[in-house]
Write a protein that binds this ligand. Structure first.
Ligand SMILES: [Zn+2]
Length: 356
């Protein structure tokens, strides 16, 4: 059974799950403009539409380092309670409007401490904003569960502190951990002590790897650090020749390691050259546990609905394929098994059944 046409409204209503999306990469342009005014930060433009275009163009340079530099302006408005509360609440509402029923939001609290807030206060404030957003979304009839992954910045020295907070807030909505930032020159094993601490505490984690840097970073993330998922991981294809899997690719597929793939983001950073040729399709067809994600919705000018639409239009994906990656995401979500199972059986499968 394959679907010949999927209209935009059907796509938007399909239940979705997103595992890889950055809080500071997903603000509404109008919110950045308003918050920047309150804190006296100068933006490239104060017109929301022009600002959205500026972000997209700056991120389109094909260079991960320049892409990350666009975060200067979003982070400037996320240094106080007002900005964090608003960003977190709107984050949830925007996911709900996109048809997302489960999301894991990630951010590095160390990047929000230029004002008066400590890292711990940053986490408390974001959780408060997320809770407010979830209450509003549920009241509006579009319930979405959003949980948090805390990140440490791999090129700085506060990864251990961020990992400590992931442990401290594990019963308050934080479900896992990640390291973010420039991959080149900052291998995951630099932070082995933090990952060992998380493993001892049974806190799951994912690691950005195999985006800017190739197979060695994926190998380190999985086999040295012990990550349960991989952020991006597109370059695992370098270990697959004529459909034959090398040992590392075999490990990823056979151990059901989720790959958090972000097609549009990968085009912008140069990790992939087209949607049609993005490794997500080949890896899906080879039986890898691929998941579909937005990464940074503002910077990439995207949504989950748009990512799905691109794969349908340019890579021949069917509704069944979209269901597969959604179920994959929930299977590998960092919430407990019974909650994952309930979302799959009670929300996702019925939602797709009614669309097919
Ligand atoms: Zn990312």
């Amino acid at each position: 059974m394959s679907s010949t046409r999927i209209d935009a409204d059907t796509l938007r209503r399909l239940p979705k799950a997103v595992l890889h999306d950055h809080l500071d990469g997903g603000l509404r342009p109008a919110t950045v403009v308003e918050l920047a005014e309150t804190v006296g930060h100068t933006l490239p433009t104060t017109d929301p539409d022009e600002l959205a275009a500026w972000y997209f163009d700056a991120a389109n340079s094909g260079d991960l380092v320049r892409y990350i530099a666009t975060f200067e302006h979003t982070l400037a408005v996320l240094q106080n309670r007002e900005g964090l509360l608003r960003a977190a609440e709107e984050y949830v509402l925007d996911l709900a409007a996109d048809g997302v029923v489960y999301g894991e939001v990630r951010y590095a609290p160390e990047l929000n401490t230029n004002g008066d807030l400590t890292m711990s206060e940053v986490v408390e404030t974001v959780q408060e904003g997320l809770a407010a957003g979830m209450a509003k979304a549920a009241a509006a009839g579009t319930p979405v569960q959003v949980r948090t992954l805390l990140c440490g910045m791999r090129m700085f020295d506060r990864v251990g502190e961020a990992a400590d907070l992931a442990v401290a807030f594990r019963d308050a909505g934080v479900v896992g951990f990640d390291i973010a930032g420039a991959e080149d020159g900052f291998p995951p094993a630099d932070h082995l002590a933090a990952f060992e601490h998380l493993r001892r505490e049974s806190v799951p984690f994912t690691i950005h790897a195999g985006e800017a840097h190739g197979l060695p970073s994926i190998h380190q993330a999985l086999q040295v650090c012990g990550a349960q998922r991989i952020g991006h991981g597109v370059r695992i294809t370098e270990d697959i020749v004529d459909g034959k899997l090398g040992r590392l690719a075999g490990w990823v597929r056979d151990r059901r390691i989720a790959l958090e793939m972000c097609p549009t983001s990968n085009l912008q950073t140069g990790a992939a050259t087209s949607i049609a040729g993005h490794p997500i399709t080949a890896l899906k067809d080879l039986g890898f546990r691929v998941t579909l994600n937005t990464d940074n919705r503002l910077v990439s000018g995207t949504t989950m609905t748009r990512e799905m639409s691109l794969l349908v239009e340019e890579a021949g994906w069917t509704v069944e394929d979209l269901r597969t990656v959604t179920v994959n995401a929930l299977k590998s979500a960092f919430i407990p098994y019974d909650e994952r199972k309930a979302l799959i059986e009670d929300v996702v499968l019925p939602g797709y059944a009614s669309a097919l």
